[in-house]
Ligand binder design. Structure first.
Ligand code: KIV
Length: 277
């Protein structure tokens, strides 16, 4: 196993111009596979509300949902840095509640860091978490927990005012002590500019190739999710189709009696069988 990827490795990667890889995972066996493949960081995203729990948005996800899935992921990971995504309203009410909830990700979930969506409006919470020695990653641009404010999942930062606000927020987050910032669904040129302007790595999703790293939702990468399919997603595999094919073969073989055959069954001695009544 190569060296553990840590918050310090994020900074080193940016300095060395080495792209950072991040994927989401929500369960033990997937996390194990991603770690074995060598991904630098695993985000237990609140996107689990959509891809694992079947909600239309991430807003319904609870702290207990997140802790349950983070525990499973951390049991499967040896090298990657694990980030717990703080769900809607878990860091909006008070600093005390924010620290308590973030602390659960570290103490109960086994995460190494937490992610919060937002800029100026959450800076006091970010500072308090950093003071409590909890590493924080920011998230700007299309922040899905604000979907009702945005009026849908839309690209952010196209106008001068919006773009400048994202840059200002990025600077505030860096000052507050974040070790990286996710930029979601912003124009490529804006994301590149931010990546040049700030000292910490940017991790893009729908933000182009100028970011210091990339993140995608694993179900999208592997073609396993049939819901919302954003333009920025690249499908590297079509496991959804393969799963349907595999399950259809199983159904066919069970119905026809072809499965299970001898190679999948256990034997016993006939003299023992013959004594049974
Ligand atoms: O919840 C999530 O998966 C995320 C990524 C899309 C960045 O926040």
């Amino acid at each position: 196993m190569s060296e553990k990827y840590t918050v310090k490795s994020f900074q080193k990667s940016k300095e060395n111009h080495e792209k950072i890889t991040m994927l989401t995972a929500y369960d033990y066996s997937t996390a194990q596979l991603l770690d074995e493949a060598g991904v630098d960081s695993i985000l237990v995203g609140d996107s689990l509300g959509m891809v694992m729990l079947g909600y239309e948005t991430t807003l319904e996800v609870t702290m207990d949902d997140m802790i349950h899935h983070t525990k499973a992921v951390s049991r499967g990971v040896k090298r990657a840095l694990i980030i717990g995504d703080m769900p809607f309203l878990s860091y909006h009410i008070s600093i005390e509640e924010t620290i308590r909830n973030a602390g659960r990700f570290i103490k109960e979930g086994g995460a190494h860091a937490v992610k919060l969506e937002g800029g100026a409006e959450i800076i006091d919470k970010v500072k308090a978490l950093v003071a409590a020695k909890i590493p924080v990653i920011g998230h700007l641009g299309l922040t899905p927990q604000s979907v009702n404010m945005f009026g849908g999942f839309k690209v952010q930062g196209k106008s001068e005012a919006q773009a400048q606000k994202i840059i200002d927020d990025a600077r505030l987050l860096v000052e507050a002590g974040v070790f990286a910032i996710v930029l979601e669904c912003v124009p490529e040129k804006l994301a590149s500019k931010i990546s040049e302007l700030i000292s910490v790595p940017t991790i893009g999703i729908g933000a182009g190739n100028g970011c210091d790293g990339q993140v995608l939702v694993i179900q999208d990468v592997l073609g396993m999710y049939k819901g919302l399919q954003p333009k920025f997603v690249k499908r590297y595999k079509h496991l959804g189709d393969e799963i349907i094919e595999g399950v259809a073969s199983y159904i066919k073989e069970v119905k026809s009696g072809e499965f299970p055959d001898h190679s999948h069954t256990f034997g016993m001695k006939d003299d023992i069988l013959n004594k049974l009544y």
